[in-house]
Design a protein around this ligand. Structure first.
Ligand code: BG6
Length: 469
């Protein structure tokens, strides 16, 4: 079966400021939580004082090379590009009253360039970072005061860029705060569940307040949430396993439930009771949460299996988000289980649950690429991965799921969030830089570049059904 994706479907790629820009203190930028993580956002934290090498200090130097990179995106035929604004460029410490003009001016230039190429920006307000000062002095989202700081930041960027940005996302993979609390939320690692969920509550209120501001200030724009769509299957048909899978899926769907419905789901009442958690939710918070998102956005990389009968966890050390092993699936070199059909499942699950348009804002294969003797990168494995996943997006569209668009993760190689490696490459564009920071930063088109370009040009018509499905 072949399909033609709707003419309005947005095709593109997705990135995050801290993984591409570099220039970590340029033009008045303050340090962010990601700047103290030289060994990966989810790795060890290091003080900047020690002068450690941090690959993100330069990353892929998008800060200076953006015209060339956006030109390549344009060649690919992108109709949209997902990027994040570094909060610490706009408010270097996070608690200032006035923004940093040089930081604001930088993103003006990016949006000018995108406009020149007719590429619609999709902007994440906070992608796995916040000004370091807010983490160090306020303990991140555990502190209610941050809601006001975030509101000020959101208002500032809506005012400045509102006439050119029509798609906004609040917090990247907001559900990951549960597993890695420091990176995106500035919450000290190892915090107890009470502290963690109170911090998450503040973050959810801040998200709703940004949604409200967006609706008031930019009636033409759309604003969504962003979740890691990490579906768990039951390993067996034993009802206990099926129930366990449902519960584990609720761990992440909880975020979408609050952001989409505007109130806490009843299953959390029981969970909080069992965990001995008592949240401080004010009457004003309840009002604020009622401002709900316009669309659901999510990343999709893998699925997992759970069982209360058997231990499903693999022994892989490199898996950032522990997902139990599924005997029917293969894994990437980093132990992420490859499950194209799971993407169709997630699309249907989310659309059934929320009845709001979806936006697939991340999906891709992290792999080691080799340059051959002709200077080319023959990444057929990436083409296979993207074909199989996009084919399932086509199927989901046929299922009647409303999907606004698809942005592959890291259309250009970038620094990995979980491992801080350059060698875990996602791009259809290669960047000459290794894990130690050696390389010219030259950009080279991979074989997948032309392939993705053709998929976009043909609106998905040349996607092929997965061989053995
Ligand atoms: C998502 C994040 O979890 O996955 C990105 O939003 C991240 O920031 C991407 O880069 C891929 O993960 P990793 O760890 O391979 O970079």
């Amino acid at each position: 079966m072949s399909f033609r994706f709707p003419d309005t479907f947005l095709w593109g790629g997705a990135t995050a400021a801290n993984q591409i820009e570099g220039a970590h203190t340029t033009d008045g930028k303050g340090l962010s939580t990601s700047d103290v993580q030289p060994y990966g956002s989810f790795g060890e934290l290091r003080s900047r004082q020690t002068g450690d090498f941090n690959i993100k200090d330069i990353a892929i130097d998008f800060y200076h090379r953006y015209p060339q990179d956006i030109q390549l995106f344009s060649e690919l035929g992108f109709s949209c590009f997902r990027l994040s604004i570094a909060w610490s460029r706009i408010f270097p410490k996070g608690d200032e009253l006035e923004p940093n003009e040089l930081g604001l001016a930088y993103y003006d230039k990016i949006f000018d360039e995108l406009e020149k190429h007719n590429i619609t920006p999709v902007v994440t307000l906070s992608h796995y970072e916040m000004p370091l000062h807010l983490a160090e002095h306020y303990h991140g989202w555990t502190n209610r005061t941050l809601i006001g700081f975030f509101e000020r930041y959101a208002k500032t960027v809506f005012e400045r860029y509102g006439n050119r940005v029509k798609y906004w996302l609040t917090f990247n993979e907001v559900n990951v705060t549960l597993h890695e609390s420091f990176t995106g939320a500035g919450i000290p690692r190892g915090s107890d569940q009470q502290t963690l969920y109170q911090g998450i509550h503040h973050q959810l209120v801040a998200s709703a307040k940004a949604v409200k501001l967006c609706h008031e200030m930019l009636p033409e724009a759309k604003i969504g949430n962003m979740m890691l769509g990490a579906v768990q299957y039951a390993l067996t048909s034993h009802p206990d396993d099926v129930f366990e899978a449902m519960q584990q899926n609720r761990d992440w769907l909880f975020f979408g439930d609050v952001q989409s419905r505007g109130y806490y789901p009843s299953y959390m009442t029981r969970k909080f009771k069992e965990l001995g958690i008592s949240l401080n939710i004010t009457e004003q918070d309840k009002q604020d949460l009622k401002e709900t998102i316009d669309f659901i956005s999510f990343s999709y990389y893998m699925t997992g299996c759970v069982s209360v009968q058997k231990n499903t966890m693999s022994q892989e050390d490199d898996v950032a988000f522990k997902m139990g092993t599924n005997p029917y699936l293969e894994s990437t070199g980093w132990g992420w289980q490859i499950d194209p059909k799971g993407l169709r499942i997630v699309c249907n699950l989310l659309y059934d649950r929320y009845q709001k348009p979806l936006f697939i804002v991340e999906n891709g294969l992290g792999a080691v690429d080799k340059i051959n003797e002709n200077g080319q990168i023959e990444d057929d494995y990436r083409i296979q991965y993207m074909n199989d996943h996009l084919y399932q997006v086509g199927e989901a569209l046929q299922d009647g799921v409303k999907i606004l668009g698809y942005t592959c993760w890291g259309p250009i190689d970038l620094v990995s969030a979980s491992t801080a490696q350059m060698s875990k490459r996602y791009g259809v564009i290669y960047v000459d830089r290794d894990d130690q920071g050696n390389g010219t930063l030259q950009r080279i088109k991979k074989k997948s570049f032309d392939w993705y370009k053709n998929v976009i040009a043909s609106k998905g018509e040349n996607l092929t059904p997965p061989a053995d499905k």
